[in-house]
Design a protein around this ligand. Structure first.
Ligand SMILES: Cc1ncc(COP(=O)(O)O)c(C=O)c1O
Length: 350
């Protein structure tokens, strides 16, 4: 019986050919592939500009630089997310402020965000967690208080909120192409997008040492550029992405779960997580059936050791603390066959 992994990166002859062509062109960096990948990605998600970079974490750091976020500034982030959402703020010298999540959808709670806004709040990073878009009220809160909205879309390639794709909802958005993500680039990779004309030029500079066209560094940046090989692979994967998102939705509809989907939105099903009273037992049942499953995320971000000096280190974020360690991610990726789905359901129905 073949084991069913949690994620299965896609690779075909076309990806292979694109990678070899990029390599044999002799132009390994700063070439046409990255330029076209950015243009095609912006077109695909509806942003005005998109710049490929080295990872989702790099994209998040670049977003902080782009919005001039630094010491003395606060950025509100959800307590339950991958740690990079919060550490990108810390790496920029600013302070992440942890907000609780919604009970139904597990995205950042707009009411808690609004309660935590101070005169130092510069931005909110909303995460489309597991592919579920955050609430449209988050955007209203940001607009009302005149603060920037950054989308952490690392798990949300193809998610839609009120008909708008992730990547074109906030001021800036950050994607990851880590191999387990909904599309990948054959290694590490990320993308930063913006909907604001005034940020587009600066965005392309930040990933390239903050340099202008005469190679003077006019602001702080570093080398976050994506290689030509990765961009060439990404361009092929992008062509499949809409089909993969559809298949993820078909799979999620066929799996016996009770995850709620936000009205007026489309889920990208990066992960299908089931809330369990006994996660260890559930994971071991999946394991016995030859299926990978694991807890996502075992600990709220403010409780990580890296934040042991943070004012909120011991603070309880009630919903985060309740669901952290109880959400079990199970396979939903587009390579699942009908037989795989039957095996998954047979464990869920036990
Ligand atoms: C929500 C979220 N943010 C940020 C990241 C960071 O992306 P990367 O691993 O490409 O640096 C990830 C990836 O795991 C993620 O899931």
């Amino acid at each position: 019986m073949e084991r069913i992994p949690l994620a299965k990166p896609y690779w075909d002859e076309e990806c292979e050919k694109a990678a070899i062509t990029a390599l044999s062109s002799g132009r390994w960096v700063k070439g046409p592939q990255a330029k076209k990948f950015g243009e095609e990605f912006a077109d695909w998600c509806g942003a005005i500009s998109a710049i490929p970079c080295q990872s989702g974490s790099a994209a998040l750091w670049a977003a902080m630089r782009l919005l001039d976020i630094g010491p003395g500034d606060e950025v509100i982030v959800p307590g339950m997310t991958f740690i990079a959402t919060a550490t990108s703020v810390s790496l920029a010298g600013a302070t992440p402020i942890f907000a609780d999540i919604e009970e139904d959808y597990w995205c950042i709670c707009p009411d808690d965000v609004e309660a935590k806004i101070t005169e130092n709040t510069k931005a909110v990073i909303g995460v489309h967690i597991f592919g579920q878009p955050f609430s449209s009220r988050l955007k209203e809160v940001c607009t009302k208080h005149n603060i920037a909205l950054v989308e952490d879309a690392a798990q949300a390639h193809g998610s839609k909120l009120d008909g708008v794709k992730a990547g074109a909802i906030g001021d800036v958005a950050c994607f990851s192409f880590f191999p387990s993500k909904n599309m990948a680039v054959g290694g590490e990779g990320g993308m930063i997008t913006t909907t604001r004309e005034d940020l587009a030029e600066k965005m392309s500079r930040i990933v390239d040492h903050g340099r202008n066209e005469v190679l003077e560094s006019i602001e702080l940046g570093t080398n976050l550029r994506m290689s030509e090989v990765s961009a060439a692979i990404g361009r092929i994967q992008l062509k499949h992405l809409n089909d993969w998102t559809k298949k993820r939705n078909v799979n999620a509809n066929s799996i016996n779960h009770s995850t709620k989907i936000r009205p007026n939105s489309e889920h990208a099903w990066h992960q299908l997580c089931v809330l369990s009273e006994n996660p260890e037992d559930l994971i071991s049942k999946f394991d016995s059936a030859g299926i990978d499953a694991r807890v996502h995320y075992p600990l709220a971000c403010n409780k990580h050791q890296v934040y042991s000096d943070h004012l909120q280190h011991k603070e309880s974020l009630p919903i985060c603390d309740d669901v952290a360690s109880r959400l079990v991610a199970i396979p939903v990726h587009p390579s699942l066959s009908d037989e795989c789905i039957m095996r998954i359901n047979s464990v869920l129905n036990l």
